[in-house]
Design a protein around this ligand. Structure first.
Ligand code: P6P
Length: 327
């Protein structure tokens, strides 16, 4: 079967040339990160770095290495105004006078890196917006709503290296072909089934959940004798990229709600470079992405490291969970 390359596919979607070049730069960075992850054990970089990120989380050496690769490969793109990284406190302005049409890229260079030393799937998440006016390079200038994203995606470093992207015309999955070095189209037009019997949540936080989440999970666990009239299965990878990839492939619902343990920070997951890009992908695949009270992409950012509740996946199940919150 002739498989289409990432570039051929973006051509077929008449993707803007500058955006196509940026996405190709991002794909190159992901291929390089995949290589470092795959060989991490031999280079002695699976451990913790001596540093913390802006979230106060101890960084893995590969977190820092992945961020450096992303900056080196993507940072000199001629149409790039700024990079916003989970691993870097300040906005990385690439131009002193950002212009209308320039891009801002928000990214988590190595999401789920706590799984590295146990050899589980991790990934890189990215979100792209295009400036609609000349701006001054101030922090507030990158606090742009998720509805303004023009592209989003992730790489997943698992048994194979995958790349899943949307440019607003649906969601397509590619697999890295080691022989050619290309990302080849292997999962065209990914679509999330509206209904599911599978949820993903860190159940160890049960005692900290707010009542709507606790009631929803309790009702799911009561199975065919409970109010849901069906049995549910549970998955939890502790890697958002892996959990979302499963949901894009076969359906399901993922929850990381704000709870009493993270309420002071506003939740666990970050809006600009985790929740927003995954929300765009999920909505483009026919799913839904909610804070429990409204669309994630409608959240007005107040900071580029802001956190938010995340409930996303099969749209009918997300609607059920929103119902518990309304109740
Ligand atoms: P927990 C990884 O650190 C991450 O940001 C997401 O990829 C993942 O879904 C979540 O945190 C895992 O959180 O509570 O299981 O460690």
């Amino acid at each position: 079967m002739t498989q289409i390359t990432l570039r051929q596919h973006m051509h077929s979607q008449s993707t803007d040339a500058a955006l196509m070049l940026l996405i190709e730069d991002i794909a190159t960075a992901c291929r390089m990160i995949a290589d470092r992850v795959r060989h991490g054990a031999f280079a002695g970089v699976l451990g913790a770095a001596e540093t913390e990120n802006v979230q106060g989380e101890t960084q893995k050496e590969l977190d820092v290495i992945s961020d450096e690769i992303f900056q080196q490969v993507v940072g000199d793109n001629p149409h790039l105004a700024a990079l916003v990284s989970e691993e870097v406190d300040e906005v990385n302005w690439r131009k002193s006078e950002p212009k209308a049409g320039d891009f801002v890229v928000y990214y988590d260079p190595l999401d789920g890196s706590s799984n590295l030393d146990v050899n589980l799937s991790v990934g890189t998440i990215f979100s792209i917006v295009q400036l609609d006016a000349d701006i001054a390079p101030e922090p507030e200038a990158v606090q742009i709503k998720g509805t303004q994203q023009i592209a989003a995606g992730y790489a997943i470093y698992g048994p194979s290296t995958g790349l899943v992207i949307t440019v607003g015309q649906g969601v397509d999955g590619f697999t890295h072909h080691p022989g050619s070095g290309e990302f080849l189209l292997t999962q065209p037009e990914m679509a999330i089934p509206p209904k599911t019997q599978e949820f993903a949540i860190n159940a160890s936080r049960y005692d900290m959940w707010e009542p709507p989440v606790r009631q929803y999970i309790d009702d799911c666990l009561r199975g065919v004798d409970g109010p849901r009239d069906k049995k549910f299965n549970m998955r939890w990878c502790a890697s958002m990229v892996a959990d979302v990839h499963r949901i894009l492939t076969r359906g399901g619902v993922f929850l990381y709600p704000k709870d009493s343990g993270n309420a002071a920070q506003g939740g666990k997951l970050r809006l600009m470079y985790e929740a927003n890009p995954m929300a765009m992908l999920v909505e483009q695949a026919g799913g839904a992405a909610s804070t429990g009270l409204g669309r994630i992409v409608e959240v007005a950012p107040t900071g580029h490291h802001q956190r938010v509740s995340v409930i996303l996946g099969s749209r009918d199940e997300v609607a059920v969970i929103e119902g518990y919150h309304e109740g």
